[in-house]
Design a protein around this ligand. Sequence first.
Ligand code: VGL
Ligand code: ZN
Length: 197
Amino acid sequence: MAHALIVIDVQNDFCPGGALAVPGGHEIVDPINTMMAEFDAVILTQDWHPAGHSSFASEHDGKAPLDMTEMHYGPQVLWPDHCVQGTDGAEFHPDLNTHADLVIRKGFRSSIDSYSAFFENDQKTPTGLEGYLKSRGITKLTLVGLATDFCVHFSAVDAARLGFDVTVRMDACRAIDLDGSLAAAVAAMREAGVALT
Ligand code: VGL
Ligand code: ZN
């Protein structure tokens, strides 16, 4: 009954000064570092887009960041260019303890975004994380990181659907909160059976 901490996207671009800064994003770094000692495994996720990724507003004529578009897999928010592979913005926050067991990268296919650490936004292309966790005998997950209403939300809901026992530590997350997205995320996580503490 091993218990893993999954640290979602604590990267420079999601912290103040970054391309897609989440308010207060940097505030969770020290609490997350402190929590790491409580777990059997620590896994970091890293949003990792090629330049020109299809989730970037700059790739869509007449669109601005935070506009919506329709992708082959459904509606998609368009973002400022962020977490481009190999750039400083894609690096973990410099104070984050990166002595983790696994770093899983997502969003590396140009034509599809990936909020969840388990499946891309088509809801069916797996990242491989489920197999990694199950083959290590990990059944309990605690999620923290950025952003509560996007990558943490979709990761938590997918994890619960896959049968993991899932807790989100809300004090160690921060949200973008776009048009009520935080309230919607909280409702969806509760509905999926995720414990919010
Ligand atoms: C995220 C928007 C775009 C996140 C990643 O980590 O929540 N949000 N890419
Ligand atoms: Zn992204």
